[in-house]
Write a protein that binds this ligand. Structure first.
Ligand code: NDP
Length: 283
């Protein structure tokens, strides 16, 4: 690596969970498969120590890192530059070190879109997104930048939903509207892509997103951000109605693929990464 002479071959994940995580397992497998003697370290950093941790990251010559909850927004103040998407989202989950500069990126939404492209192109599509949290925000902005025609944000709390819709309309230049989530939500007929970007289903295979599932039609692509367990009730119900489905593992693999390329300049083997994730999650 040309830029590795004065730097350690290390990247890091700061935030929670600690004690190893699926991303660490997946990225280290990909380093090995690519013949790179690199390390991906998972480090627990409490919010009050984030500034010191960033100073340490610079001092120890890390090539970059992932930042997760609760640091995705707070880390921005310690960075030198942001990518367009990270600036629009107001959240960073990936840092790249270029010389002395730390550049913030957001690979969550890009990972989703890359995974989606495996079954359909986003251009010209009408999208419904369930949720308005960090994952929904990242996906919605990236889909807006990828040329979707319109986005409906469906959320339980109106404040978060309206805020995201305003961001999409005013900054991401995509037509967006808000729908309040009460009871079983009915998907609009004209929808092409439906995405669950809530935490419903995380660690609970029996959790059911409240939808009128009979409003899903076989022409729709249905995607879930939940990767553990990846087969959610949401996807099972969509599959029963003939929809093409996409699980959250694809998003996780692809955000890893994008981060790997940013840090190392090398294209990793995505199949090795998916297999590593499945092994880690005992699927
Ligand atoms: P946030 O806490 O920021 O947002 C959670 C969202 O889920 C909010 O919109 C919240 O609504 C909604 N929600 C939660 N419970 C319910 C419920 N019972 N009924 C209706 N809405 C509900 O979380 P994130 O956006 O950061 O993460 C969401 C999920 O995405 C997590 O499970 C995470 O693991 C997953 N994820 C997956 C990735 C991948 O690579 N596959 C990457 C990043 C995240 P409200 O605003 O009303 O509270």
């Amino acid at each position: 690596m040309s830029n590795s002479d004065s730097l350690q071959d290390m990247v890091t994940c700061m935030g929670q969970p600690v004690a190893g995580n699926p991303t660490q397992f997946m990225i280290e497998r990909a380093f090995a498969a690519a013949g790179l003697d690199w390390r991906y370290l998972t480090l627990e950093v409490p919010p009050e120590n984030l500034e010191d941790a960033l100073r340490g990251l610079r001092a120890m010559g890390f090539k970059g890192g992932n930042f997760t909850i609760p640091h995705k927004v707070a880390v921005i103040q310690y960075l030198d530059e942001l990518s367009e998407a990270a600036e629009l989202m107001g959240a960073v989950n990936c840092i790249n070190r270029v010389g002395d500069k730390l550049i913030g990126e957001n690979t969550d939404g890009k990972g989703f879109v890359q995974s989606l492209r495996g079954i359909t192109s986003p251009e010209g599509k009408r999208v419904t997104i369930l949720g308005a949290g960090g994952a929904a925000r990242a996906i919605a902005v990236e889909l807006g930048l990828s040329g979707v025609t319109g986005i409906t944000i469906v959320n339980r709390s109106p404040e978060r939903g309206e805020e995201l819709v305003t961001l999409l309309n005013e900054r991401a230049k995509v037509a967006a509207k808000f729908a309040q989530w009460e009871g079983d939500y009915a998907i609009e007929e004209a929808t092409d892509i439906v995405i669950n970007a809530t935490s419903i289903g995380l660690g609970d295979a029996d959790a059911r997103a409240p939808l009128d599932y009979n409003t899903l039609t076989s022409e729709m692509v249905v995607a879930d951000v939940i990767f553990n367990p990846p087969q959610t009730i949401f996807l099972t119900e969509a599959g029963k109605r003939g929809c093409k489905t996409l699980d959250g593992l694809g998003m996780l693999v692809n955000q890893g693929v994008i981060g790997f390329k940013i840090w190392t300049g090398v294209d990793p083997d995505a199949t090795v990464m998916r297999e590593a994730l499945e092994e880690y999650l005992e699927l």
